[in-house]
Design a protein around this ligand. Structure first.
Ligand code: ATP
Ligand code: MG
Length: 371
């Protein structure tokens, strides 16, 4: 198997950074993971995603882990497993969830990560922790900048460059200090050097998909930038990426935010749970950056490096340019495509009636592309 040979090569590699030895990953036995998770007990379950269920566990040395267990074995899942393992094993950055190890015995495929005690951004914005309001403005700013650093690393500093393809609130995990770690590279795809985009089957989650990706399957770094823009709006406003206006009509968070930003009504954009406690300049910056990221025209979106610079407010000139961006003068241009195609989110065919955003299935996409 492809991932086996990669893993065998990777295992002996000493990861030395700035003179400090970084812990490497290792192979876990099924027996060890059974005992760590109390036989994958239901009480240990942290959640479920496209790949399978995630369980909390504790190893013999007391350290806490999260174990992702592949739901159904298939050739396709096998490919996803090897993609995730291969990419994770290569990538090390303070804002990217690193791999602790894996297990492949019989038809069982498991990935072991560090457990993130503050769970995901999703759980704080819309889930089990949302009532506790643990995300004050400082933490939100940290999460915005840290997750941008993680994605910028994937796009610009890893070799070859990596597109994440599933940037969303449940894939931003929070450590004990609420520092963000971007997770889930199972959908990631290597971009060959020199290629501007790769055409692939669309994967990802409704509400976060760039229109050119949802409609035409064109995956590039700028698709992640679009999803990141949606994530930033979610982080600032506490709203979900798609809002149900009526049983058949849904509005994207960008469509809601753009007119308010154009009118300078930033206080209406802030999450009411912040109780007005935020830094006005920073909120404005986050919203403006988010909206240029979520432009429907990929060529108008900034790169993650530019996003980072803007979020940090490092260049006064660039911030002034941002404020004068045509998007805020002519909002219609950003929500309508060059070809006049409406946004993917507006296409009723691919909007499913669901409580939580779910990965788009191939049937849904085929339907959407036919339509
Ligand atoms: N290392 C971890 N520490 C704590 N919670 C985790 C960890 N990894 C995943 N989770 C949580 O487990 C749940 C399931 O994660 P999973 O990645 O399988 O699904 P997802 O993010 O909802 O969707 P997708 O399959 O598209 O990534 C999520 O709520 C996620 O936040
Ligand atoms: Mg996930």
């Amino acid at each position: 198997m492809a991932f086996c040979s990669m893993i065998c090569c990777g295992k002996g590699v000493d990861r030395k950074e700035k003179g400090k030895k970084q812990p490497t990953w290792r192979i876990f036995s099924l027996k060890e993971l059974h005992s760590a998770t109390n036989n994958f007990n239901y009480d240990n379950k942290l959640g479920e995603g496209g790949f399978g269920s995630v369980y909390w566990g504790q190893l013999w040395d007391g350290s806490q882990i999260a174990v992702k267990r592949l739901k159904v074995w298939s050739n396709k899942a096998e490919v996803e497993f090897s993609v995730e393992v291969e990419i994770l094993a290569r990538v090390r950055h303070k804002n990217l969830l690193s791999l602790r190890g894996y297990c492949a015995e019989g038809q069982e495929r498991l990935i072991v990560y560090d457990y993130m005690p503050n769970l995901s951004l999703l759980s704080h914005l819309h889930g089990q922790h949302s009532a506790e309001c643990l995300l004050d403005w400082t933490r939100r700013m940290n999460i915005a900048i840290g997750s941008a650093e993680g994605i910028a690393y994937l796009h610009h500093h890893s070799t070859p460059h990596i597109i994440h393809r599933d940037v969303k609130a449940s894939n931003v995990l929070l450590d004990s200090d609420f520092q963000p770690q971007v997770a889930d590279f199972g959908f990631a795809k290597f971009i060959p050097d020199g290629a501007t985009h790769v055409t692939t089957r669309v994967k990802g989650t409704l509400g976060y998909l760039a229109p050119e990706y949802a409609m035409l399957g064109k995956a590039s770094e700028s698709c992640d930038v679009y999803s990141f823009g949606i994530l930033l709006l979610e982080l600032a406003s506490g709203k979900k990426p798609l809002e149900k206006l009526s049983p058949t009509v849904k509005r994207s968070i960008a469509e809601w935010a753009l007119p308010l930003a154009c009118e300078g009504k930033f206080s209406e954009l802030a999450d009411p749970r912040l109780n007005g406690k935020y830094v006005e300049e920073e909120l404005k910056r986050v919203v403006l950056v988010a909206l240029v990221c979520a432009d429907n025209r990929p060529e108008k979106r900034p790169t993650m490096l530019e996003v980072l610079e803007l979020l940090k407010g490092e260049s006064k000139e660039k911030l002034a340019e941002l404020e004068n961006n045509e998007v805020f003068k002519n909002p219609q241009s950003a929500v309508t495509n060059n070809d006049g195609i409406s946004t993917a989110e507006e296409s009723s065919e691919i909007i499913k009636e669901e409580k939580d955003p779910k990965p788009v299935t191939e049937t849904e996409l085929e339907k959407a592309q036919d339509g």
